[in-house]
Design a protein around this ligand. Structure first.
Ligand code: HQG
Length: 180
């Protein structure tokens, strides 16, 4: 598979594992795991046929480490970004003092009013460095990076999780913890 094909299939796998498994007749368990053979069969049925070895390569080389296998590689899930109602069973963790959220300037008025809200996803997604946040923001328009006083939030009882691929997750970020 070349890079372009990997990207195309990766996007489709993200859609399946995060949002619409039913599109290829797949069911996920409560923690988001899909059976690998069922995923491969489902991909084949939609003209996205890949081998198990190609899937392993795709998981290993993915730029954001978006997917994980279980120990015996019979199951696979997306590490974060779901809109499906699942419990990924992540453990709450103490966040670093400062985290970053990349967004687009057109959302700022609303964010200044309501704080960061999770929308259709499970959590608000936060990055541990500014350059990643900048990239995330660019997906939505003219990017702007917000600084999040995560240490202060944690001291105030807010709960944080860190996904397998090191994206920090929390329920919401009120305006008092956001600066530019
Ligand atoms: C914005 C990608 C108006 C928020 C990334 C964001 C991430 C508000 C957008 C992951 C708001 C939601 C998630 C408010 C938040 N008013 N807009 N009150 N509060 N927003 O895509 O964080 O590449 O659901 O700032 O790397 O951009 O797909 O979230 O701009 O980890 O693997 O509403 O997705 O990962 O957009 O991205 P999204 P996100 P992948």
């Amino acid at each position: 598979m070349n890079e372009k094909q990997q990207k195309r299939i990766g996007k489709f796998i993200s859609l399946i594992l995060r949002h619409e498994p039913q599109k290829i007749g797949l069911t996920l368990d409560d923690a988001g795991w899909a059976n690998v053979n069922e995923l491969l069969a489902g991909l084949k049925s939609k003209n996205h046929e890949i081998s198990f070895d190609q899937l392993k390569q795709l998981v290993a080389s993915n730029d954001k480490q978006r997917y994980s296998f279980n120990e015996d590689q019979t199951h696979i899930r997306a590490n974060q970004g779901h809109s499906l109602n699942l419990d990924l069973q992540l453990e709450a963790q103490e966040p670093p003092e400062m985290l970053y959220h990349g967004t687009a300037t057109r959302f700022l008025d609303s964010i200044n009013e309501k704080g960061l809200v999770k929308g259709s996803r499970h959590h608000v997604h936060l990055s541990s460095n500014e350059s990643t946040a900048h990239q995330v923001g660019s997906r939505h328009g003219k990017p702007v990076v917000l600084k999040i006083a995560s240490g202060k939030m944690y001291k105030n009882g807010y709960v944080f999780y860190c996904s397998e691929n090191l994206v920090w997750l929390t329920d919401k970020v009120p305006t008092e913890f956001i600066s530019y």
